[in-house]
Design a protein around this ligand. Structure first.
Ligand code: BG6
Ligand code: MG
Length: 223
């Protein structure tokens, strides 16, 4: 049976994906590098440094001339822009249906975990006032290989004391769906089904995430 749900944060619990986009866009503009929504799609779910590397790979030399110190400076700059953008986030920015789903999960005595690559995740959970729902919040700094590697989802399952095959992972990013599938979990995608084609089930937005509908789909593949 299903024992736990493991959530991504950005783009699933709250729409911070748009703030990450804005902050990266500002940095890319400052560096004179191209950046649009299509490019941003590749950055979803990916950690801060790996995202910066992808942006810099568009430089003529693929970013190879840039020192570690310079990269760290730019990553910190992006983060400070991002932190200003999320300063005013409060519970009004929880995406539709998410809190109702948390209630349903608690009612059904299922465990809830967080597998976000963001080092700002815990702050956001507090601002959204949903931290208390979580039985395990993985510290992304403790994870060697970021998404699309399965490590962060496996760490969440371990933290929850649940076998991966009894976990449902919820993600809005292609890299995140890959991570969930790599961990041997059932993957629920939120967003565009053509982008999230590796998911076991895709809903167009969070308002369609209900335990009943997920259970119905899951029972067709699992036990
Ligand atoms: C992921 C986001 O959740 O966290 C990415 O999808 C972001 O866009 C990554 O870059 C890292 O976030 P942070 O807050 O640690 O820079
Ligand atoms: Mg996300």
């Amino acid at each position: 049976a299903i024992q736990a749900f493991i959530f991504d944060l950005d783009g699933v619990i709250t729409d911070t994906a748009k703030y990450h986009y804005k902050a990266w866009k500002q940095l890319a503009d400052e560096l004179g590098l191209p950046f649009d929504h299509a490019f941003n799609e590749q950055l979803k779910g990916i950690d801060r440094m790996a995202s910066l590397e992808k942006i810099l790979s568009q430089m003529e030399d693929g970013g190879r001339s840039i020192s570690i110190q310079q990269k760290e400076h730019w990553a910190a700059h992006k983060n400070s822009v991002y932190q200003q953008l999320i300063e005013a986030v409060d519970e009004s920015e929880i995406l539709p249906g998410i809190e109702a789903l948390f209630h349903e999960l608690k009612e059904a005595q299922l465990r809830i975990g967080l597998a976000s690559a963001s080092r700002n995740a815990e702050t956001l959970l507090k601002q959204l006032k949903v931290e208390a729902y979580f039985d395990c919040i993985v510290d992304p700094a403790s994870i060697a290989n970021g998404k699309p590697a399965p490590d962060i989802f496996l760490a969440a399952a371990r933290g929850l004391g649940v076998h991966p095959s009894s976990c449902i992972g919820v993600e809005d990013a292609e890299a995140g769906i890959q991570a969930i599938k790599g961990a041997g979990m059932y993957a629920v995608g939120v967003g565009d089904a053509s982008i999230l084609s590796k998911a076991d089930m895709v809903v167009p937005d969070t308002s369609k995430l209900t335990l009943t509908s997920i259970k119905a789909h899951w029972s067709q593949v699992g036990e």
